[in-house]
Ligand binder design. Structure first.
Ligand code: DOR
Ligand code: ZN
Length: 448
């Protein structure tokens, strides 16, 4: 459908109902043309459309969710997850864009590494995606990766000990590349491991909040002196939140937490053992409450899943070191957020932290029902309550620390770039439908 004289004569698609716009639910309609939102307004004023969908009673229309921290695995770890199962999981969770972490086998330290990933993702993904570079093979690789179009660079605790750290961060500043950090001080971790028995019930003590807070302080000192954009990911503790608050006063710093830190405490490790092992660890109730408050008050800028699938056998290992940290989250994050909102623990606008806010941080045209953005829309049945079952997940990891939780909100339909990709549990697009996005730098999207 073409435009005549600058105004749309007939839209490809019009979706009307209760739409999530500007932090609230409003009776409105969204018009789509060529995969983009071209019109938003009152349903009664809507232009004609070839196809019309009305979200009925109990259904809300949300923007596609944006997850800036996931692990799709694949390559040497396709037994844990691949780009098809991981992105199908995203679709089932109402997530239409994922930013994938670089701790792969092999690790993503160069553009050549990223091209290996690209080859798999391009064949299999059913939602859109971006890539992070890991600690680069050499400083020069950063400029090449920026040219390739990575959404940022990711640093892990051990990278803080790299000799080239300052040079790499200075280069990230020059390139205006976001630096996403897993903040846990490697020396404090080493000291805690030397002092304690390695037992999964001691996981929270083996990786104490002080390690997290210290790494936030170190990185924010570096951010303030070198001028790079620091984003602290999966903040888990009150101590680290305090360090983030101080860092924000001194430099351009943003931070997120993962959904599990908002819902679960360390008791889950006692109940579930290795299944609930994650880095950083689940914390105390006090930390859960502090994180919820940090979302309500605006201290935190995003929510992520840190979707980190592993094989069940590994998660059930006896030996502490043999249990890999992490678990899947993509199918559950939106319902868990909706449940927290329904319970009054978070405000409705917390949904921005899993949509428009990370889209802006990564400078991708998603996460918002607004003219010019991709027409990524989620029809969510908010009346439906359902019980989480690990064996029903689309992820290859068929377990979850949320087993048995009753959640609200079921994803009914998902449009990606105006195409109905998922309907009532069924996948309607081909493998390889997903596209890679490079950040649109200097177009008003950047981190800040
Ligand atoms: O729990 C985690 N899992 N934390 C990490 O830092 C890595 C991730 C993974 O890749 O499994
Ligand atoms: Zn991660």
């Amino acid at each position: 459908m073409r435009r005549a004289g600058g105004s749309p004569s007939s839209l490809d698609l019009l979706v009307s109902g209760r739409l999530y716009i500007g932090g609230s639910l409003v009776e409105a309609a969204v018009g789509v043309e060529d995969g983009k939102v071209v019109w938003v307004g009152k349903p009664s004023l809507a232009p004609p459309a070839e196809e019309r969908i009305e979200a009925g009673d109990g259904v809300v229309v949300l923007p596609g969710m944006v997850d800036m921290h996931v692990h799709m695995r694949d390559l040497g770890e396709s037994d844990k997850e691949d780009w098809f199962t991981g992105t199908l999981s995203a679709l089932a969770g109402g997530v239409t864009f994922v930013a994938d972490m670089p701790n792969n086998v092999p690790p993503m330290r160069s553009v050549e590494d990223l091209e290996l990933k690209e080859a798999e993702a391009a064949r299999k993904a059913v939602v859109d995606y971006g890539f992070y570079l890991g600690f680069p093979r050499d400083v020069g690789e950063l400029a090449r990766a920026a040219e390739f179009g990575v959404v940022g660079m990711k640093l892990y605790p051990r990278d803080l000990l790299e000799e080239a750290l300052a040079a790499v961060l200075r280069e990230a500043a020059r390139l205006d590349l976001p630096v996403v950090v897993h903040a846990e001080d490697p020396l404090i971790l080493r000291a805690a491991e030397a002092a304690l028995t390695k037992d999964v019930v001691l996981h929270g003590k083996l990786r104490p909040p002080e390690a997290e807070a210290q790494a936030v302080r170190t990185l924010s000192y570096l951010a303030a002196s070198l001028g790079f954009r620091l984003h602290v990911t999966h903040v888990s503790s009150l101590e680290a939140l305090r360090a983030v608050a101080a860092a924000k006063a001194a430099a351009k710093v943003t931070a997120d937490t993962a959904i599990h830190y908002l819902c679960l405490d360390e008791g889950a490790v006692g109940r579930l053992g290795g299944i609930a092992k994650v880095n950083p660890p689940l914390r105390s109730r006090r930390d859960v409450e502090a994180l919820r408050l940090a979302i309500r008050s605006g201290l935190l800028d995003a929510v992520v899943t840190d979707h980190a699938p592993h094989r069940r056998e590994e998660k059930l290992s006896e030996a502490y070191d043999a249990i890999p940290p992490g678990f899947p989250g993509l199918e559950l994050c939106l319902p868990l957020l909706v449940t927290l909102i329904a319970e009054g623990a978070l405000l409705l606008r917390a949904l921005d932290l899993y949509s428009s806010a990370p889209a802006r941080l990564l400078a991708v045209p998603k996460g918002e029902i607004a003219v010019g953005r991709d027409a990524d829309l989620v029809l969510l049945n908010v009346r439906e309550r359902w019980r989480v079952r690990g064996d029903e997940l689309r992820s290859k990891a068929k377990y979850t620390p949320f087993e048995g939780f009753e959640v609200r909100g079921r994803v009914a339909k998902v449009f990606v770039r105006g195409t109905l990709a998922y309907d009532g549990g069924e996948l309607l697009v081909e493998k390889g439908f997903g596209r890679r996005y490079s950040p649109a730098r200097g177009e008003g999207g950047a981190l800040g």
